[in-house]
Design a protein around this ligand. Structure first.
Ligand code: COA
Length: 264
């Protein structure tokens, strides 16, 4: 796995777990074109080969921000062509994250504004620090969400709440995100990473193929009718039946020991 990026820090605090830190603290981790390329590269590489990565924790550098969205300094004065070319990179970044088979936990440690809110929504679930703030600020800037926000937010908080948030561009708190179903947990600021890593460890201890197949299948729940979704689930399930891990999981239960999964 590539670990050197211009705008990202890649750390492996425990086996199978990657902490991916957006690292432009002087700009509140806003993503410029380079960060779009870096995030696209990171998630595309995982798509091609997850290697032994079993969970990614996505966070931001510094105490103030998870990510402040698109880099408004870089974008200032961009021509139509430059804007469109940059946005194409952000679209690929968004799609690469959507297609990532490895679970992603967003550990939202501060402001998740604009595209930063969308990146958090692009994760499988969100743990937020008490002091974290969210906002889809784009309409205030004369633009609109373009990294999945208008699709992900209604799925998280419902269509009416999403409209209110996108159309007013008003910030909301971690506690509100929790109440509305967007964040799974609010953590004390100091324990956010510990709690996110604890969840990552639980995921990493489970059968990696089972986890990846289950993630894909759950993602279909909001996109397919029940019977088609169930047909998809059966296909996902069948991929797992022939694995060594399936044998190991059941054997370990009966031998009253922890399973040792190999991801095959
Ligand atoms: N792009 C580029 N630079 C950004 C940025 C962005 N999206 N967000 C913040 N910065 C820069 C600021 O311009 C400032 O730089 P300066 O010191 O050179 O002036 C620095 O980061 C610190 O920002 P500041 O606003 O002082 O930090 P804060 O902690 O008080 O507030 C935010 C953080 C994220 C709440 C606030 O900066 C903000 O609202 N940013 C814009 C978010 C946004 O609307 N993004 C959508 C983009 S499409």
């Amino acid at each position: 796995m590539r670990t050197e990026y211009e705008t990202l820090l890649v750390e492996i605090p425990k086996p199978h777990i990657v902490v991916l830190t957006m690292n432009r603290p002087d700009r509140r981790n806003a993503f410029n074109t380079q960060m779009g390329l870096d995030l696209r590269g990171f998630f595309t590489d995982l798509y091609v080969d997850p290697e032994d990565v079993r969970c990614v924790v996505l966070t931001g550098s510094g105490a103030k921000a998870f990510c402040a969205g698109g880099d408004l300094k870089e974008r200032d004065g961009m021509t139509t062509e430059q804007w469109a070319a940059q946005h194409a990179v952000f679209e690929q970044m968004t799609l690469a994250m959507m297609d990532c088979s490895v679970p992603i936990i967003a550990a939202v440690n501060g402001a998740a504004f604009g595209g930063g809110c969308e990146l958090a929504l692009g994760a499988d679930f969100i743990y937020a620090a008490e002091s974290a703030r969210f906002a889809q600020t784009e309409t205030r800037l004369g633009i609109m969400p373009g990294a999945g926000g208008t699709q992900q937010l209604p799925r998280a908080v419902g269509v009416r709440r999403a409209k209110e948030l996108v159309l007013t561009a008003e910030p909301f708190t971690a506690q509100e995100a929790l109440e509305w179903g967007m964040a799974n947990r609010v953590c004390e600021d100091d324990s956010l990473m510990d709690e996110a890593l604890e969840a990552a460890l639980k995921i990493a201890g489970n059968g990696p193929i089972a986890v990846r197949q289950a993630k894909k299948s759950v993602a279909m729940a909001t996109q397919l009718d029940l019977k088609t979704g169930y047909a998809y689930e059966i296909e996902a399930y069948n991929r797992m039946v022939s694995t060594e891990d399936r044998m190991e999981g059941v054997r370990a239960f009966n031998e009253k020991r922890k399973p040792y999964f190999k991801g095959r």
